[in-house]
Design a protein around this ligand. Structure first.
Ligand code: NDP
Length: 389
């Protein structure tokens, strides 16, 4: 029986993971759940899954949960997250907190040598080299949940070996293109948060939905792929595939392309990562090949969607550049979601942060966290200046 800890249980990935887990009570039991703002959802999950520990943001929330009848341990804050990520009560950790807040708890799970199901791509983007080193040193099993990376993982002949050793020439990440794929640049200036989060294929949390619309999501995934699979950035090709049926591909030296296909439903990669190397039911309906539309592939347009280029540049720069990119993006996306800035200002804000902040070598986590904090301060000042006109 595997015991699972879900960091970010109340989110889109957290809840999809729990749906898969609920299909297999003979294999998985829920040990710990974390939430941040959605206490009603957490309470519901507590009643359904009877975990041993809950983690919330602060003490007041903990007291509210006790008053609502919760009888298990309730921890709070970052300390609580680090505790459930590392404690011996679970052997599987689903890393599904959104953004930089996921970095330290995910690393704690890695350092505890757990099987880590990685959805929180931001932790790899911020601190990829340190993160992968910790995976090696602590014997953690890192399984990608991001559908593209999970697809690539499924297409590898020898997971863990280098690309050259496996005869791989290229990794091909597919992108849906987001809701604004066919919009003219002029129209992009006035798109609203509600339009941006209405993704044509995937149902996801608000931040990743906006990232998907700007194509920053693909930029973050490019960086994620480089760290996960030991690829150079010129070995990763991005291809827009509006149907979101082919989740990614691996191009081998002999001319073979291996692809993973399926419905755009995160329960498939989650089930794969939970059970690997076995296969379990994900509760996902099979693809109907005869009903399937034609599969189209096109090049991404980096003029209308410059975030992809910014991510490539940050990765090529190295050091703390990706941490700056990530923090500036989180701040800009949050501001866009609150109607404080426009969609097309997102890449402008990120480019400014990358241009103005010094890039330093990463010797330790402290270097990453300092760059993250500096970028947040810079963007906050920028947004404040905008508000003051
Ligand atoms: P959601 O916004 O739906 O969920 C985020 C989760 O993180 C929630 O449980 C939320 O708690 C919690 N959370 C938010 N802020 C904090 C914080 N500061 N500290 C601790 N916990 C926090 O996001 P998604 O599930 O969509 O995405 C989660 C991660 O998975 C992201 O990194 C995303 O890039 C990645 N991912 C998501 C995919 C998807 O299909 N959704 C696909 C591939 C990757 P609460 O809700 O209680 O406030």
């Amino acid at each position: 029986m595997h015991k699972v800890c879900l960091l970010g249980a109340t989110g889109s990935i957290g809840q999809s993971s729990l749906e898969v887990i609920a299909l297999h009570p003979e294999r998985y039991t829920v040990h710990a759940l974390s939430a941040w703002r959605r206490m009603d959802v957490l309470l519901d999950l507590y009643r359904r899954f009877s975990p041993q520990v809950l983690v919330v943001a602060d003490r007041a929330q903990r007291d509210d949960l006790y008053r609502a009848g919760v009888r298990c341990d309730v921890l709070y804050g970052e300390e609580g997250l680090l505790s459930i990520a590392a404690d011996a009560g679970s052997d599987i950790v689903v890393a599904a907190i959104v953004g930089a807040a996921g970095l330290l708890p995910t690393l704690a799970a890695v350092r505890a040598g757990k099987r880590v199901l990685l959805a929180n791509k931001e932790s790899l983007v911020m601190a990829g080299a340190l993160f992968m080193q910790a995976v090696q040193e602590h014997g953690a099993a890192l399984l990608p949940v991001d559908s593209e990376h999970n697809a690539i993982f499924q297409c590898l002949e020898k997971p863990g070996a280098g690309l050259a050793e496996q005869g791989i020439e290229r990794l091909i990440l597919t992108a849906s293109g987001g809701p604004f794929r066919q919009y003219e640049l002029e129209r992009l200036h006035t798109v609203t948060p509600a339009e941006a989060v209405r993704h044509p294929r995937w149902s996801m949390g608000p931040k990743i939905s906006v990232d998907s619309a700007t194509l920053m999501n693909k930029g973050l995934e490019l960086i994620e792929a480089c760290y996960l699979f030991g690829a150079r950035d010129d070995q990763v090709q991005i291809v827009v595939h509006p149907q979101s049926i082919v989740h990614s591909m691996v191009q081998y030296r002999d001319g073979s392309f291996l692809a993973q296909l399926g419905r755009p439903d995160m329960r498939t990669p989650i089930a794969h990562a939970l059970a690997w190397p076995e296969r379990i039911d994900a509760g996902v309906e099979a693809l109907d090949l005869l009903q399937m539309a034609a599969l189209e592939f096109e090049a991404p347009d980096e003029e209308r969607f410059p975030c992809l280029r910014l991510a490539r540049q940050a990765f090529a720069t190295g050091g703390t550049a990706c941490a700056i990119l990530n923090a500036a993006n989180e701040m800009a996306v949050a501001a866009f979601l609150q109607n404080e800035t426009s969609f097309t200002m997102i890449p402008v804000i990120i480019a400014e942060a990358l241009q103005r902040l010094p890039v330093r070598a990463v010797h330790s986590l402290a270097d990453v966290l300092e760059a993250d904090a500096q970028a947040r301060r810079l963007v906050a000042d920028h947004l404040q200046a905008l508000r003051e006109g």
